[in-house]
Design a protein around this ligand. Structure first.
Ligand SMILES: [Zn+2]
Length: 509
């Protein structure tokens, strides 16, 4: 009895010893290995930036930036080199108190100058336009707006990855900028998968990447590059922030100043004194899903844009294909409700900018013939041929169809079935584009245009720009009888609104 008990205990010990030995030699699973490697790289990165405790103790940071926007999908040209315009501003992030200030000043080619600011003291918020000294909105700034700006300093990416360690994985080594990098990936608070490249020698972040989609060409990677670092006190900070989309630079912003823990009063995070209050509920802006301009003539709202739809006896013509696939699907569904049984035979685009033609592929899938200017033919041929839409397959990917495309000859084309007429004109080279289509309905005395008169959504007449003035000159020379000017952006306008807009611009200069 006693012997058997000892033997039993010995057996138990042997089994335990064997189990321990097994535990020691047990191989790590792939996810454990990946996590451990990522953790090693992350810890080295945090140390290189100044150490986790010191980084966490930072109360606020300020970045003054001065650089350029590079206008991919927004230039006169469809291909690089694109136009560059200055871009400058100041960013103050005080995440601990939920305080944020960002002002940004830049332009689009053709005189579209803007200077916006957003600010919140953690309680009140404002979005302002400095040029017009107006508060546009006092709606709360969403938390992701603050988190996105925290990522302007890479150490905040590492802190975020540290807080979400369970999501952390190594993607091994990769070369970037001809140097070896350790690559990690984690999911952000917003659930976005973010990939970080840390220089294998310095352990500083050279860039991060997000997978995204381009409405014209499909699967795309967005890279935010930190091309160099310098010391500010005990911390390492980037010298600039460069954004690339599909390998093309779209923004280059050198940091002229990076500072930590400046003293700011609450005033810094409020709208400047004397700025006009936002439009009140007394004058609500109505944006119905469609607006009947005349018999068989509709302005259809989709994705925040306006699309013109004109019904002929046995088909429909649409002018402008803005946004992307989902906007186009929404607009096409509305066209079918309003004018049932009539196929969309033509879709004309004013110009190739992505806020005007980003949804063109859906109309190709719908069987519409795309109408454009001769200079944009090859661009739309490439867009129609793009096949790499695996992240988010669009309608043309799911229902492929060959491109049917026609261009204006000698700057004009008339579409008519005897009852309904629409004339398309290329207004020629202006400040915004080399070629630009406007649509004219002679019976209804309506002009439909993109970017030539952009009135604010709140219904005011704001000062125009060089592009507006060029359009007003063209319209005068054209001799067309016009009563209403309808735009892709903004409310329906009169000829008088156009003249006022140009006069306000001239009074400013
Ligand atoms: Zn444009």
């Amino acid at each position: 009895m006693r012997i058997s008990k000892i033997a039993f205990r010995l057996g138990l010990f042997a089994a335990l010893a064997a189990a321990c030995a097994l535990g020691q030699t047990k191989e790590l699973t792939a996810s454990e290995q990946s996590y451990r490697e990522a953790r090693r790289v992350l810890d080295a990165g945090l140390a290189a930036y100044g150490g986790l405790d010191a980084l966490r103790a930072i109360e606020n940071f300020t970045i003054r930036h001065e650089g350029h926007t590079v206008h991919r999908h927004q230039s006169r040209r469809t291909d690089a080199p694109y136009e560059r315009t200055p871009l400058s501003g100041t960013l103050i992030v005080d995440a601990r108190r939920g305080r944020l200030y960002h002002d940004n000043k830049g332009s689009y080619p053709g005189g579209f100058n803007w200077h916006w600011g957003l600010m919140t003291n953690g309680k009140d918020a404002a979005r302002v336009t400095f040029l017009e000294r107006r508060i546009n909105s006092t709606q709360a700034i969403p938390p992701q707006a603050l988190r996105g700006r925290l990522r302007w300093l890479p150490h905040n990416l590492l802190i975020s990855a540290h807080e979400r360690s369970v999501q952390l994985h190594s993607l091994g080594r990769a070369n970037f900028d001809k140097r070896p990098h350790d690559v990690l990936t984690y999911a952000t608070e917003e659930g976005v998968q973010l990939t970080l490249y840390l220089d294998a020698r310095t352990h500083l972040v050279s860039k991060f990447e997000l997978l995204t989609g381009d409405p014209y060409f499909g699967d795309s990677v967005q890279e935010i590059i930190f091309p160099g670092h310098r010391a500010v006190g005990q911390f390492q900070v980037p010298t600039a922030r460069v954004t690339r989309l599909m390998g093309e630079v779209v923004e280059e912003i050198p940091f002229v100043e990076v500072a930590f823990n400046k003293t700011y009063g609450d005033e810094q995070f409020k709208a400047p004194a004397g700025f006009a209050a936002p439009a009140t509920a007394a004058a609500p802006v109505e944006n119905p899903p469609s607006n009947k301009l005349a018999e068989n003539v509709y302005l259809i709202r989709g994705g925040g844009y306006n699309v013109l739809a004109v019904g002929f006896k046995d088909h429909v013509m649409v002018v402008e294909t803005p946004g992307g696939d989902s906007t186009s699907r929404e607009v096409i569904a509305r066209v079918k409700e309003l004018m049932p049984g009539k196929p969309i035979k033509y879709a004309a685009v004013t110009h190739h900018h992505d806020d005007h033609a980003g949804g063109v592929r859906t109309y190709i899938a719908e069987g519409a013939t795309i109408i454009t200017t001769p200079g944009l033919r090859s661009f739309f041929e490439r867009v129609a041929a793009a096949r790499n839409f695996t992240f988010n397959p669009d309608t043309l990917t799911r229902s492929p169809r060959p491109l049917s495309l026609e261009t204006l000859r000698n700057g004009k084309r008339v579409f008519t079935d005897g009852a309904q007429t629409i004339e398309l004109y290329d207004i020629g080279s202006g400040p915004h584009m080399d070629e630009m289509i406007v649509a004219y309905l002679p019976q209804e005395k309506i002009v439909f245009q993109g970017d030539l008169l952009n009135r604010p959504e709140d219904g005011r007449v704001a000062p125009g720009n060089a592009t507006t003035a060029h359009f007003a000159d063209w319209l005068k020379k054209s001799g067309l009888a016009v009563e209403r000017i309808v735009g892709v952006h903004g409310p329906v306008s009169t000829l008088d609104d156009l003249h006022k807009s140009v006069a306000l611009m001239r009074a400013q200069n």
